[in-house]
Each structure stands twice: as structure tokens, then as C-alpha cells.
Write a protein that binds this ligand. Structure first.
Ligand SMILES: Nc1ncnc2c1ncn2[C@@H]1O[C@H](COP(=O)(O)OP(=O)(O)OP(=O)(O)O)[C@@H](O)[C@H]1O
Length: 207
């Protein structure tokens, strides 16, 4: 079980807002995160990944990743989470293939990911020569390249059309199963993960 019980003071333009989140994620499950803009969804994912430090609490994913009282705070590399950023965070000077090679030396896995993302004919392209949807797919493939046990995705399908999204989701579900990955997806689109998500977490609903 992956358990999170953390607090963080969010510093918004209009003051401070306390984010308190308690949730258990079943290994191998897909959880959808929803909530109003500014509620702290991205901050939550970044705290799990180790990119933002909670003020207090515990994060346990197979082992303790964060414990404020015991002063345990594993760096992001040791948590080995896959992260799909809302703005993709691609490397401008790397080609599509180099993005994946940077994350893994498993050539067969790279080939498979490229085919799933429909990027197998774009391997030598740098991000600026890719469409928004292609860039987003590359961000997803890069996150999967490390075969993460925990995959954190922040609005990962926002730039994809319905047809592309449908096909990709079917393939991704197979990969998630194979990797036995636990997946947490922030999604604004109410129907997007219907029939796919096993669980839901609403952040900031009482605000
Ligand atoms: N490191 C940080 N420390 C404290 N507060 C932060 C930090 N990073 C972001 N915030 C604040 O937390 C609030 C929530 O931001 P966040 O991006 O997590 O919201 P969100 O729910 O993902 O919103 P959206 O749906 O618009 O992407 C914002 O007011 C932001 O200024």
C-alpha cells in the first residue's frame, strides 16, 4: 500500500491555505485526482515525487520516503517515480530518442514505447519540431521509460484528440498492468478516465 498523510501551507497570492491530504493508494491501481484550480493538485504530485517538501507528515511507498518527525526525505532519484509534467518539461536539445535513452538503456523497451506513442517515425526530432500532442506523448513515454512503480501524471492527455487519447489509453493500461505500476492522474476532464480509474481523490472540495 502507498500511504500519504501530509500537510503543506500553500502560499497563494491572496494568502496562505493549508493543504492536508490523507490517502492510501492500492498497488497497481489507477487513481484520478480532481479539484478546483489552485487547490494543490500539482503540489500534491510534486510532494510525492520529492520535488516539493511537505511541512509535516509521512509518505510511505513500500518504504518510508518522507517522515518529517524522523527527518527522512528521500531525494527524487531514489523514489524512482515517473512524472508527466503539465508543461511536459522536455529537454530542448535532445531528440525524441535521446529523451528515452537518457532514462533507460533497454533498446527494446524504447522501441515499444515509441510505437505506442506513435513517435517511431519522429525519433530524430527535437521538441520544437513536434506538435503539442506529440510533445505530450513524448513526456508520457519518458516517464514510462524508467519502468516506474509509481507514475504521477499531471493533466497528461490535455493536448490529445479523442481518437488518439482512446488508442493511447488502451495501450497504456496494458503497460501499467505489465509494470504493476500504481498510477495517479490529475484530470480536469470528467469523462476522461471513466471505466479506467479505480479510485478518486478530490482535493479542495470543501473550499
Ligand atoms: N512550493 C510551494 N510552496 C508553497 N505553496 C506553493 C508551492 N508551489 C505552489 N504553491 C501554491 O499552491 C497553490 C496550489 O497550486 P497547484 O499548482 O498545486 O494547484 P493545482 O490544483 O494543480 O491547480 P491547477 O488545476 O490550476 O493546475 C498555488 O496557490 C501555488 O501558489
Amino acid at each position: 500500500m502507498i500511504t500519504v498523510n501530509i500537510q503543506k501551507k500553500l502560499k497563494a497570492y491572496n494568502g496562505v491555505q493549508l493543504l492536508h491530504l490523507q490517502k492510501a493508494f492500492v498497488p497497481g491501481s489507477i487513481t484520478r485526482i480532481t479539484g478546483p484550480s489552485g487547490a494543490g493538485k500539482t503540489t500534491f504530485l510534486k510532494m510525492i515525487a520529492g520535488l516539493i517538501k511537505p511541512d509535516s507528515g509521512i509518505i510511505k511507498a513500500y518504504e518510508v520516503w518522507f517522515d518529517a518527525d524522523k527527518k527522512i526525505n528521500l531525494p527524487p532519484q531514489q523514489r524512482k517515480t515517473g512524472f508527466v509534467f503539465q508543461d511536459y518539461a522536455l529537454f530542448p536539445n535532445m531528440t525524441v530518442k535521446q529523451h528515452l535513452e537518457y532514462a533507460t538503456d533497454d533498446a527494446a523497451w524504447i522501441e515499444r514505447l515509441l510505437a505506442i506513442g506513435g513517435l517511431d517515425t519522429f525519433t530524430a526530432h527535437k521538441p520544437e519540431y513536434l506538435s503539442g500532442g506529440q510533445q505530450q506523448r513524448l513526456a508520457i513515454l519518458r516517464a514510462l521509460a524508467i519502468k516506474p512503480r509509481l507514475l504521477l501524471m499531471d493533466e497528461p492527455f490535455s493536448a490529445l484528440d479523442i481518437k488518439m487519447k482512446g488508442g493511447l489509453l488502451t495501450d497504456l493500461q496494458k503497460l501499467f498492468k505489465e509494470l504493476q505500476a500504481t498510477v495517479i492522474i490529475v484530470s480536469h476532464n470528467p469523462q476522461e478516465l471513466d471505466g479506467i480509474a479505480d479510485d478518486e481523490l478530490v482535493i479542495g472540495s470543501e473550499v
